[in-house]
Structures are given as C-alpha cells and as structure tokens.
Design a protein around this ligand. Structure first.
Ligand SMILES: *Cc1c(COP(=O)(O)O)cnc(C)c1O
Length: 365
C-alpha cells in the first residue's frame, strides 16, 4: 500500500540536488582550492580556542553528510548510518518532511492535539492544510476518528510519544494500527523517549517503510544550544531528505561537539536517572499542595499540572522569576501549566513559591 514515489511531490522525485565541493572529494588530505574558503585560518585565534575540545578548522566547510556522527550514533540507536538524517534541530526534518511530500494548497497533514506546536506551524508556513483529530480525554489516540479523518491527499500523520505537553506515552498498538492502515508517512516524535521506560520505534524501521522516528539532542542529551535533531527512516526517505536539505545544515563545531557528546552515553543516562528521580519527588511534592488539582502521570522530563486558577498561578510564578509553560488555553489541557523538571534546588524554589502563593490567596469556600 505504501509507495514513497507516489507520496513525494513529483518535482522532488526528479530533483537534482546541489553538489557541494565537499561532495566531490571526500579525502581529508590535499590542497583544497575548491570551495573558496580562506586558506589562512579564521579570526578565532589560538587564545580563544585554548582549552576547548574543538579542532581549529573553522575556515573549512564541514562534512555535508556528518559521517562521523552517524558512525557513532548508529550502534547507539541500533540502526544503520544510512537510516539517519541529522537536522538543525528536529524542527528541520519536520519542515523537510512537509516540503518533500505536501503540495501547497492541495495536500494535508494530520495531527492529534494537544501536541507539539511545530507540526502545525510547519504546515502553515508551507500552506499545507491541517487536519486535527483530538486525543481522547486520557490523551490517547482516537484511532477510528483518525482513520475516518484521513483524506486522499493526507501525506503525513504526526504522533508525539511521549507527548508534549501531556507527558504520556501513546499506546504502541494504536500507533501500529496507524502504521498498518495509513498510506502516508507516520512520524513518531520521540523527543522525550530517553525519559520513558519503553523501546523506541526505531526497532521497527525495517518492518515499516512508512515509519519516521524523530529524536533530539535538545532534551536528554542536554544540547539544546547545538540545535541538533535526529530523524530515522528508510534509506530511500533519508536520501530524499539529504537531497533537499541545505548542503551544510550542521556546522563544523556542532559536528565536532556531537561526536564528543556521543562518546558519553553513560553521562546522558546518569542525567536522565537524576531527572527521573527529581520528577518523582516533584510529583509527590506537588500532590501535597492543596492548590494542585491534578498531576498527570509523566514519561517525560516535565509534568502537566492542573490548578483552579492557572493564570493567577502562572503570573505569580513569573513575578517570582519562575517561568513555566502556560497551557491552560489548550483544549483538553484546561487549567494546566506544564512544568519542566529542574534541579533539586530549582524544584524546591518552585514548591516554596507555590506554597507562598497559596498562603496569600484568600481561600474560597
Ligand atoms: C523539544 C521538542 C523537540 C525538539 O526540537 P529541537 O528542534 O530538536 O530542539 C521536538 N519535538 C518535541 C515534541 C519537543 O518537545
């Protein structure tokens, strides 16, 4: 049923990609007079770079295919290097997937709100129609409604699991049903997968040519400033993304830093363990506060918390320089603030200020 060639926009299928200088010769040694670089170096002097892990090759264009990263990442994720696309944040592959498959003004994508905002923004930027099928009140897929809402020109279906902003995993069997029944690409956004005790959908890539898995370096890996995301998919689809991306989408310093970061999986796992312990403590403490109506279970590094007067709580927190995410106007998240799990001391400050807030509001009967 799934056919990548009919799913892609016809001009993408036949597109000749830009051939970069670094594509034509991949050796490391040589006299490089092919890319109009500055042969003398850069204005970053040795003093600036002293003590950093960065190699001083800022005057050279980086590897457009990020081979060093993919070689390290593939065994960590249990995929082949050819099944990996590295993006400038996972927001880049989200946009590339929309542009590769959706004809503006004609095609559509399907999302299941409440969910991550970038799918909708990317559709809007590209003049692509959006079909919304709300999650059930327990934040799970309404599979019959999703299947009924699919149009002949619906190309992509985005499912975020663990979901942002609700924090829960989406039932795996429901995603499998959609993979079986939806003729377009099912994009499973696993930005928070490291915080969940479940297997990644990457294990199913060889079974489902219509599966795309997104992950990111911005959360568990602690590298939000690098703007780097991972996209895992069939070799054929990765080749398409490679064809339409800006040739040097991942900067040289970013590539060097990612290679270093990937040597320290244990460090990432340790941070995740700390965050999970803090999450459980934060949930326990929040539940002890009378002003907290509900704390939703979380498989992520944040919790969705319901209050009677979320706007007042939000404003009070801001006044005390505690910034959380206001989601109370989002359908199915009425009354809710999304709170990232911080350090022990940050979480304690939050709880102290929530307590102070409760003490200054006159209790209503
Ligand atoms: C944070 C987040 C991302 C990550 O985006 P980057 O562009 O990689 O920083 C992706 N998806 C979801 C659902 C997120 O919450």
């Amino acid at each position: 049923m799934f056919n990548l060639n009919t799913l892609l926009r016809p001009h993408i299928l036949t597109l000749t990609p830009y051939s970069s200088a670094r594509d034509e010769y991949t050796g490391k040694q040589g006299v490089f007079l092919d890319a109009n670089e500055n042969p003398f170096g850069s204005t970053l002097d040795e003093a600036t770079l002293d003590g950093t892990v960065l190699e001083d090759n800022f005057n050279r264009y980086p590897d457009p295919h990020q081979q060093a990263i993919k070689q390290r990442l593939a065994p960590i994720k249990g995929v082949r290097p050819t099944q990996i696309f590295i993006g400038n944040g996972s927001d880049e592959p989200i946009d590339l997937l929309v542009r590769a498959t959706c004809v503006p003004g004609q095609d559509s994508i399907l999302i299941v709100p409440p969910t991550y905002g970038m799918y909708e923004v990317s559709a809007a930027i590209n003049d692509v129609a959006l079909i919304k099928v709300p999650l059930t009140p327990d934040f799970q897929l309404d599979v019959p409604a999703v299947l009924a809402a699919i149009q002949p020109r619906t190309k992509l279906l985005f499912v975020c699991s663990p979901n942002n902003p609700t924090g829960n995993l989406i039932n795996q069997n429901d995603i499998l049903t959609l993979l079986d029944r939806f003729p377009g690409l099912v994009v499973v956004d696993e930005a928070y997968i490291d915080f969940a005790k479940t297997q990644s959908f990457t294990a199913l890539l060889d079974q489902y040519p219509n599966l795309v898995v997104l992950q990111t370096f911005s959360k568990a890996w602690g590298l939000a400033a690098l703007r780097s995301g991972m996209c895992f998919a069939s070799e054929a689809l990765i080749q398409v993304l490679d064809k339409i991306k800006p040739p040097y989408n991942i900067s040289g310093p970013t590539q060097q830093l990612l290679v270093q970061a990937l040597k320290n999986v244990a460090g990432k796992d340790q941070m995740v363990a700390h965050i999970l312990a803090q999450r459980e403590q934060l949930i326990r403490n929040l539940l002890n506060l009378p002003l907290v109506r509900h704390v939703y279970p979380s498989d992520a590094n944040f919790v969705l918390v319901r209050f009677d007067d979320p706007k007042a709580v939000f404003d009070y927190l801001i006044g005390q320089q505690i910034i959380v995410r206001d989601r109370h106007r989002v359908k199915l998240c009425e009354g809710c603030l999304r709170i990232t799990v911080g350090t022990e001391s940050e979480n304690e400050q939050l709880l102290a200020i929530l307590t102070a807030y409760a003490n200054q509001v006159p209790t209503t009967v």
